[in-house]
Design a protein around this ligand. Structure first.
Ligand SMILES: Cc1cc2nc3c(=O)[nH]c(=O)nc-3n(C[C@H](O)[C@H](O)[C@H](O)COP(=O)(O)OP(=O)(O)OC[C@H]3O[C@@H](n4cnc5c(N)ncnc54)[C@H](O)[C@@H]3O)c2cc1C
Length: 316
């Protein structure tokens, strides 16, 4: 029987975030119809979505003052999902997805698995990592609706061109029972590129020596369109906010390239970045653990190389 698969599309300033295309590629399977759920008008997104095999775009319309209310978003989405008889819901395991998907699963009384990197929709099997990546789990799910959070950048996007139609869904008139969003905004100056979604991350550790040197790293990151990460030492020293910590007790990241500056590569740091596509390390100590756990390394002083690299990128 044909299954309806729903994909919640995450936007950034009205544009489809790159990580959505890998998620759509993962959700494509035999005997399925792909529905994309978009908050707001979807006319300018149609071409891109249909080039990845979406056949129906559900444009969920909310009152303007409710657009940033996660309770109302979840309620509107679950109503739209039910109206279109969706049996599997995909969303991204991003900061926003981690807030939204559990709410949707709770409303639908559905099983939820976050951080998936593979699925088998015929058998309802999902694969995810557990215990900071120490084990891989294959989980069999049962339920009228399943909710899956997909690890950003884990799947290479592959086109599958077709045609899609846009259907509007009125999500206005929903209440959030005492939950009111007063204000939203970026939490720090480095929040422009999210760590979990970044294709390139430059991360610094104790070897950066102070917070001002992280400003050097931020300037270099800007040239590479990269996010800035940090080791726990850098966070505990007060050089950067906790939101930048990568590792067992920080963010789990999955970039294509991870540039590690002046960090030793502890087990706890690795727990957060070991699925990176390529790891490049710069360290003054050639015996640091990271040097034998990376693709390329340079034995050098990070504080000398970073300004030089930034200059080269600027002029290049
Ligand atoms: C329960 C628990 C959870 C933890 N969770 C995390 C976590 O989530 N994330 C995390 O990162 N850590 C975590 N830690 C801490 C972890 O064990 C390490 O202490 C930490 O990762 C080390 O950070 P670092 O690599 O910056 O510092 P160090 O281990 O001190 O390494 C600094 C490195 O910089 C190099 N260096 C020095 N100067 C320069 C220079 N000028 N140029 C280039 N290289 C230079 C040195 O050779 C050295 O290799 C956790 C620890 C515990 C016990």
């Amino acid at each position: 029987m044909m299954k309806n698969i729903g994909i919640i599309i995450e936007l950034d300033k009205g544009k489809i975030k790159e990580a959505n295309f890998g998620m759509i590629t993962l959700a494509r399977a035999k005997d399925t119809q792909l529905f994309a759920f978009v908050m707001g008008a979807a006319g300018n997104l149609k071409k891109e979505l249909e080039s990845f095999g979406i056949t129906r775009i559900i444009s969920v319309l909310l009152a303007k003052e409710q657009l940033n209310n996660p309770v109302v978003r979840a309620k509107a989405l679950i109503n739209a999902i039910k109206a279109h008889h969706i049996s599997v819901v995909f969303g991204l395991s991003t900061a926003r997805g981690k807030d939204l998907l559990p709410r949707i699963a709770a409303l639908a009384e559905a099983p939820l698995v976050m951080d998936c990197f593979n699925v088998d929709l015929e058998e309802n099997l999902v694969m995810t990592s557990q215990y900071s990546g120490k084990t891989m789990a294959t989980i069999k799910l049962k339920g009228e609706v399943l909710v899956l959070g997909v690890r950003p950048n884990a799947i290479e996007p592959v086109n599958s061109p077709g045609l899609a139609e846009i259907v509007e869904f009125d999500g206005s008139g929903l209440d959030s029972k005492g939950f009111k969003v007063v204000k939203t905004g970026d939490s720090d100056k480095n929040a422009a590129i999210s760590l979990v979604e970044a294709e390139v991350i430059v991360a610094g550790g104790r070897g950066m020596k102070n917070g001002e040197n992280f400003d050097l790293l931020s300037r270099c990151a800007k040239m590479l369109n990269a996010a800035v990460g940090a080791s726990r030492v850098a966070v505990d020293s007060g050089w950067v906010p906790y939101s930048m910590q990568v590792g067992q007790t920080g963010e789990k990241v999955n970039p294509r390239v991870y540039l590690a500056w002046g960090l030793s590569g502890s087990i706890q740091h690795f727990a957060g970045m070991k699925t990176s596509g390529m790891v490049i390390a710069v360290n003054t100590d050639k015996n640091a653990a990271i040097m034998s756990n990376c693709d390329y390394y340079a034995v050098a002083d990070a504080l000398e190389i970073i300004p030089e690299l930034t200059k080269l990128l600027k002029n290049g």
